[in-house]
Design a protein around this ligand. Structure first.
Ligand SMILES: *Cc1c(COP(=O)(O)O)cnc(C)c1O
Length: 462
């Protein structure tokens, strides 16, 4: 499979190069040149087998089939549930797909556990190393760290704002006992951390010397790994028409649903659940994407002003015209507003996407209601999804909400809504007894670059 950039100017690449590149050279995102139709599965195929079959057309010849199948098997063996992503019924036609049984209790594990193994394989084949740097407000950092903690060819440096993550989030990063893992507490905010990472990537000499790399949510390999569980859930429900409700931030997860549908999965509607940062809900209602900034909510992983993966769908809506997509994205960046034509909207958005937004009090009310009716504890992101499913589901069509985090990741909100503080699962039960290893650094680019230079093994090889 070959990949092109949504902005039309970057070179066409294969899967392994797209994996390592992340963003395209022209500022666009890589998409495959075609959408392969889904393979068919036997009843005996488990999650790892379905995963390999769904993803292989996208991987192409860059990883041998058997090697890739083994990688899938190892990635999903890290999950704490035999079904990997179990489907749980919570109402007559209402389901929850639990994506949070991975090592760090977030749905991002589903993609990142595989992506870490892909990185290690591709780098070993090429005799290369990389230094992954990233900023986190709490959740993505731990999922990225866990994904690469056994990778010989990767060092990872994650910056988090000192004192501004929860204790669980911090400990999930600082207690990982691997020599290639480095969590840095920055004396600053999450935005400061993000600015430091951007400045390191912008410093071309530094970026090349330490082979900086990222595993953020625009990485194509993460998207394709997320297509799998839509196919898996639809199959579990007998491959009849089914809708999905997706608590949405950067549009990566729901885009994966669109790809599953485009590839032949029997998906009726994709419901976008937003918190009060509702740019996508307003888009589905008004045809205009308008950047209104961000306000903090109980579902922080969805506190996003602009959903970067939407560009991939926009490219399709533009008939794969990279020039037009680049022009729209540049105008959007300049004026904070993007309008799509009504015929485009009617062809691409209206038949598939629905959307609804919920504030914190509605989110807490949904957590309480689900608990009262079913005894199940849910956390705020998932609750937004369930509320959206109930508001916008198609009558008579089963709807599956993607549960994106374990309730124990957001214990304060769960306790506020239900009076019950969800315990950590057994593999993390001793998290508060584990030894922490972290470095406190000033909000200073020189200090952070010196740290990266000191720990990166890319330099040692030179
Ligand atoms: C990242 C995240 C989301 C948002 O997913 P996107 O792919 O960015 O839309 C939702 N819920 C949780 C818990 C997350 O960590």
């Amino acid at each position: 499979m070959r990949y092109v950039s949504t902005r039309g100017l970057a070179p066409e690449l294969g899967f392994a190069d797209v994996l390592l590149a992340g963003l395209a050279d022209d500022g666009g995102l890589y998409v495959p040149t075609s959408w392969p139709q889904l393979a068919t599965f036997g009843p005996a195929d488990d999650y790892a087998a379905v995963a390999a079959a769904v993803m292989l057309p996208y991987v192409g010849d860059d990883v041998p089939k058997e090697t890739f199948e083994t990688m899938c098997r190892q990635a999903y063996a890290t999950f704490g549930h035999p079904a990997v992503t179990p489907l749980v019924q919570i109402g007559p036609n209402e389901w929850v797909l639990e994506l949070f049984h991975g090592p760090t209790l977030a749905f991002k594990d589903v993609a990142l556990q595989l992506v870490g193994r892909l990185f290690d394989y591709v780098l070993a084949e090429r005799g290369q190393r990389v230094t992954i740097v990233g900023a986190t407000s709490g959740d993505t950092g731990s999922a990225a760290i866990d994904a690469v903690k056994h990778c010989d060819n990767v060092d990872i440096v994650i910056l988090y704002p000192n004192g501004r993550t929860s204790d669980v989030q911090r400990r999930q990063m600082t207690t990982v006992d691997s020599p290639n893992v480095h969590a840095i507490a920055v004396d600053g905010t999450f935005d400061d951390c993000q600015d430091l990472v951007k400045a390191m990537f912008a410093d071309q000499a530094f970026r090349l010397q330490y082979q900086l790399s990222a595993v953020n949510s625009i990485n194509w390999a993460r998207i394709v790994a997320q297509v799998v569980y839509y196919v898996w859930a639809a199959r579990s429900l007998g491959n009849q028409p089914v809708s999905f409700s997706v608590p949405t931030g950067n549009f990566g997860n729901v885009l994966a649903g669109w790809i599953a549908r485009r590839s032949g999965a029997p998906i009726e509607s994709l419901v976008i659940g937003s918190n009060t940062n509702d740019i996508l809900t307003r888009f589905v209602e008004t045809r205009a994407m308008v950047n209104d900034g961000v306000t903090p909510t109980l579902s922080p992983s969805m506190d996003i002003a602009v959903s970067s993966n939407f560009e991939r769908l926009l490219f399709e809506m533009n008939g794969r015209d990279g020039g037009m997509t680049a022009e729209q994205m540049n105008r959007f960046r300049a004026v904070g507003r993007l309008d799509v034509e009504s015929d485009q909207f009617d062809a691409w958005i209206a038949p598939v996407f629905k959307a609804a937004c919920f504030d914190d009090s509605q989110t807490l009310a949904t957590i309480a209601d689900v608990y009262r009716r079913t005894g199940m504890l849910t956390e705020p992101h998932t609750a937004v999804g369930i509320a959206a499913a109930r508001a916008k589901g198609d009558p008579g069509v089963p709807i599956v909400t993607l549960a994106t985090a374990h309730p124990a990741k957001f214990p304060d909100a769960v306790e506020r809504a239900t009076g019950i503080r969800p315990p950590l699962p057994p593999h993390l039960a001793d998290l508060f007894e584990r030894h922490e290893r972290t470095s406190l650094l000033a909000n200073d680019l020189g200090a952070v670059q010196a740290f990266v230079a000191g720990v990166s093994r890319v330099a040692v090889r030179r």
